[in-house]
Write a protein that binds this ligand. Structure first.
Ligand code: HEM
Length: 532
């Protein structure tokens, strides 16, 4: 269905004509101010008067990989593009990404101000929140919530759900993408609300997917008219129909999440609640008097940041493993030696599985979650390597290229977990290394905006990779060659639906998987009890 506020692809030129008239004064003023001093900007395509590189920007939104490859070929590893007077710097080199977003983190840790539409729907979505008091409060709360100790406390849900996942893969291997989606959703909802998701076809979960699908059309930068014509946000509210729609979506989402929070509150009252992040946030609310809305927004934010990301990563992992049988074989040899044939791998095995650790790092490097990572905005003008980067420059890490930077990774296109053997640091510690060459991968971002869910995510990935390879062989089907570049359009580039062969490694493995699922216990209520 066409929406009056989403920008259909062909409408950009119409939008720009309208913008041309209304932006002219501001843009000329901007140009005059910018041109005051002689500045050398990084190379990039020549901007059009007023609209800048709007058409290149459109290419980045709708045809990301091809457009970025063209820009790199024509202009090198640092490319500046302009959207009206807003500068964007695309970086392809790990050294530059580290220098800007990590070493100059005091300057490059802001986010672009989201449109008033996105702000109204997700007031507390930390990954897109600009710096400010509210950002600092939420970041501090998340630091406490998602730290190593709390992440350990929710491991029991990851263990439980991964047993269900292993069993489901045996029963319906062809549904591995849905099975993985359910696993990721159930882990994050268990961790946040203490409510598990046994099935994806519950009406309440269908409502979640419906909200997510609707919002996917609006959140991608460049998909709304106001992304191109931001001055429209200064019109009186009655002339901004998208705000009414934003309020409706926010209310719909709140209703959904309140259903989950109410189940948790009932459990707390009855004295039967298991530990989850919601328990901590409700205690904090009692202590500090946070409003109900803010409390709910904090919890919503964890779900939003942690569900699609993990699910997408886990699905890519299936594909990467199938494409790399030799690495799979080596991992299985290690699992057989360390874990043996009669039980599933467990947390305690992790320190004794160096190849699995290296394999997980390589999976992050080889098939990163984002092609173009989450942008960092600067709060002041800097001169970097002779180039001026104006205040509010958006640094866009080209994660796919960064993960194949030949200055750091030998034979970067090869899938070679061996490159990480001997690197015992976890991804969080590795991100803090001052030498960019020593960091394992950049899938969790940089500096002060580094992903706060690393521990939760890494635990989920360890459970899936170690148990999957212990129990199953994953291989491509003869009639379906697998290609990394087959991804869906969206912020998180999920793999397009694909098929695989997933077969048990032995009859004994099947028995262990079925037994482990049978013996698994949980006291968490299921989402079918949620009233929304
Ligand atoms: C494999 C899974 C995941 C990947 C690859 C991932 C990656 C990322 C990336 C690239 C960023 C932006 C970093 C930057 O701007 O430099 C980010 C931000 C964030 N992530 Fe994750 N993430 C994952 C899972 C999770 C999970 C499970 C949670 C929560 C439980 C989470 C919570 C967050 C939060 C709160 C932020 C915002 C940080 C900020 O802007 O200050 N993430 N993540």
């Amino acid at each position: 269905m066409e929406s009056p506020i989403i920008l259909p692809q062909g409408a950009i030129s119409r939008a720009s004509m309208l913008g041309l008239v209304l932006c002219i004064t501001t843009a000329l003023l901007n140009r005059f101010l910018r041109g005051g001093k002689a500045r050398k900007y990084p190379p990039g395509p020549k901007p059009w008067p007023i609209i800048g590189n709007m058409f290149v920007f459109k290419g980045i939104v709708y045809d990301t990989e091809a457009t970025l490859a063209r820009l790199a070929k024509n202009f090198g590893d640092k490319v500046m593009i302009w959207l009206f007077s807003k500068p964007f710097l695309i970086v392809d080199k790990l050294e530059d990404a580290k220098e800007l977003m990590d070493k100059r983190g005091s300057i490059f840790s802001d986010r672009p101000r989201p449109s008033n539409f996105v702000e109204r729907v997700w007031p507390c979505l930390l990954p897109i929140k600009p710096l400010g008091d509210e950002y600092r409060i939420v970041r501090r709360i998340y630091n406490d919530l998602l730290g190593p100790k709390q992440s350990q406390s929710v491991r029991k849900y990851q263990d439980y759900e991964s047993r269900m996942l292993m069993r489901d893969l045996y029963n319906a291997p062809e549904k591995f993408q849905v099975i993985t989606e359910r696993y990721s959703m159930s882990v994050i909802f268990s961790a946040v609300y203490g409510v598990r998701i046994g099935r994806l076809d519950y009406p309440v979960i269908e409502e979640l997917f419906s909200i997510m699908d609707t919002m996917a059309n609006y959140i991608l930068p460049g998909s709304l008219l106001i992304d191109y014509l931001p001055f429209l946000q200064r019109l009186p509210e009655c002339f901004q129909p998208w705000l009414k729609f934003a309020d409706t979506m926010h209310a719909r989402e709140s209703k959904f999440h309140n259903g989950f929070l109410n189940v948790l509150k009932e459990q707390i009252e009855a004295g039967t609640a298991s530990y989850c992040f919601g328990v901590d946030v409700l205690k904090l609310q009692e202590k500090t008097g946070l409003s109900d809305e803010f409390t709910l927004d904090i919890l919503k934010g964890v779900i939003a940041a942690g569900s699609e990301t993990t699910s997408s990563m886990l699905q890519s992992i299936f594909k990467a493993l199938a494409m790399n049988p030799e690495a799979q074989r080596k991992a299985q040899e290690e699992l057989d030696r360390v874990v043996g044939p009669s039980r599933l791998p467990h947390w305690d095995d992790a320190p004794n599985l160096p190849y699995i650790r290296a394999l997980i790092k390589e999976l992050h490097r080889w098939t990163p979650l984002f092609i173009l990572g989450v942008p960092h905005a600067s709060t002041e003008e800097v001169v970097y390597r002779g180039y001026t980067l104006p205040q509010k420059t958006l640094v866009m890490p080209h994660v796919y290229r960064l993960s194949r930077d030949p200055d750091v990774y030998e034979d970067p296109d090869a899938f070679a977990p061996e490159r990480f053997l001997g690197d015992d640091l976890d991804s969080y510690a590795s991100a803090k290394q001052s030498d960019f060459r020593k960091r394992d991968h950049v899938n969790y971002g940089w500096g002060r905006r580094l992903c706060q869910g690393i521990q939760v995510a890494e635990n989920s990935i360890f459970m899936q990779v170690s148990r999957l390879l212990w129990a199953y062989n994953v291989a491509p089907l003869p009639d379906e060659p697998l290609r990394l570049e087959d991804r869906l359009h969206g912020i998180v580039k999920k793999p397009k639906p694909f098929r695989l062969s997933i077969t048990p490694r032995s009859e004994e493995a099947v028995q262990v998987v079925l037994q482990a699922a049978k013996q698994a216990v949980t006291s968490l209520p299921d989402a079918d009890s949620v009233v929304y």
